[in-house]
Write a protein that binds this ligand. Sequence first.
Ligand SMILES: Nc1ncnc2c1ncn2[C@@H]1O[C@H](COP(=O)(O)OP(=O)(O)OP(=O)(O)O)[C@@H](O)[C@H]1O
Ligand SMILES: [Mg+2]
Length: 495
Amino acid sequence: MRTHIFAKLQRLDLRFYDQNPVGRLMTRITSDVETLNELFSSGVVAAFGDLFTLGFILSAMLYMDWRLALITFSVLPFVVLTAFLFRARLRTTYRDIRVQLARINAYLHERITGIVVIKLFSREEHDARRHAEINQDYLEAHLRSITYYALFFPVIELFTAIALALIIWRGGATLLEGAVTVGVLAAFIQYARRFFRPIQDLSEKYNLPQSAMASSERVLKLIDREIEIVDEPEPVSLDRPVRGEIEFRGVWFAYGKGAEEGADWDWILKDVSFRAAPGERLAIVGHTGAGKTTIIHLLMRFYQPQRGQILLDGQPIDRLRLDELRGHIGLVLQDVFLFSQDIAHNIRLGSQDIGEDRVRDAAERIGAAPFIERLEKGYDQELGERGAILSVGERQLVSFARALVFDPQVLVLDEATSSVDSELEGKIEEATNELMAGRTSMVIAHRLSTVLGADHIVVLHHGELCQQGTHAELLEHGGLYARLHELQFARTPAA
Ligand SMILES: Nc1ncnc2c1ncn2[C@@H]1O[C@H](COP(=O)(O)OP(=O)(O)OP(=O)(O)O)[C@@H](O)[C@H]1O
Ligand SMILES: [Mg+2]
């Protein structure tokens, strides 16, 4: 089940991840699955034993003296009713426990990954208090379930006592009349005691299915979650060789879902159209939040635009297979994500077809080889979580090598906004040129050198494409590009 959930998680859309914190998903995969495991490993087996015992005692009592047996069983409806009454409440508390546990995990995950910020702003005490609060909620949810059991067991105990009293009362009378023997009566008293124990056990085990129900509800919700972006039943293939032509045609997009078509969407992109010819260098510029990264998300089909079309080599991208589309496009993101494994793994991402020599070749062409070779274990150096042991610039170079080694036809680069010194700036510029050579490229430019080298620049303003042309044309025109140029690009060092 765990592997099943993980496989599903891998395929789910980014929209799903926008809505679900990591800690919550971790809870699903770990403790929710654990609860289900417990149900099957101990709960079900023991419950079978209990049911067997119950069935045996029931038959034995009926066989020995059916009238006395029926008297004993007369308390059973009340037992069932009690169990029923407690059931609904227990289910709610167990659901609560799962929710609180997921909250704790989500909180923990975030505070541990964000430890530097917490220390920086001295939020340790505040966050510890907040954690204590969330933990208290969790504790209370547990206490509620314990309280219900503390009430439930004595009630069952009471019914056991009543049943015994009934046996002695009726049995005693019939004994005097000579209808039953002392032996039968003694057997009944013993059986009655043993009869209620499995019932008690069962209701204790009841706990397991209840909590397993609460877990499985959540797990199933995850497993049944529809994947919005999937391959078409009959996908088309691109003609070879792939030319790498990109076109956006009247694309409208909003992250928020729920509003009906035609209603007020929170548009992030409005009627965006542009084209990058094969081999062309296209630069996208715009102020922060203009929707530049969003354009990349759409091109990679991480999200689906509400209107309009995106084409690769003249084919709508939603008609291509996802892995084909993404295989043709190399993407370097604004914030680089590296895995904790070694550098070679981070470059080839475990791909079997990419040999050691190709990894080294890519690193050399990008200019990452010198610093990699300086590391103690070179390409086998483990990087620590998120590539902790590398500097920001080095991480960028590794991610460039990663894009290069897959040799895509189209290169998409979201330049990092963080400023780097001019030496690294020069290296990154060289690396960028190496990456873009001979490919169609789409670069979200934050550096002057990139816009200067671009064949074509589109200017985005609040999700609308307001200007396009070459650097010289746009500067001459004045307007937004000229302003952006002055504010953003002219100040960054051009190598
Ligand atoms: N996953 C998301 N869910 C909801 N809104 C989002 C999401 N990602 C981005 N947005 C919103 O979309 C808008 C455009 O974001 P985008 O990341 O495309 O900006 P950008 O142009 O790349 O900015 P920057 O230059 O700072 O990287 C922003 O207002 C942002 O708040
Ligand atoms: Mg961005």
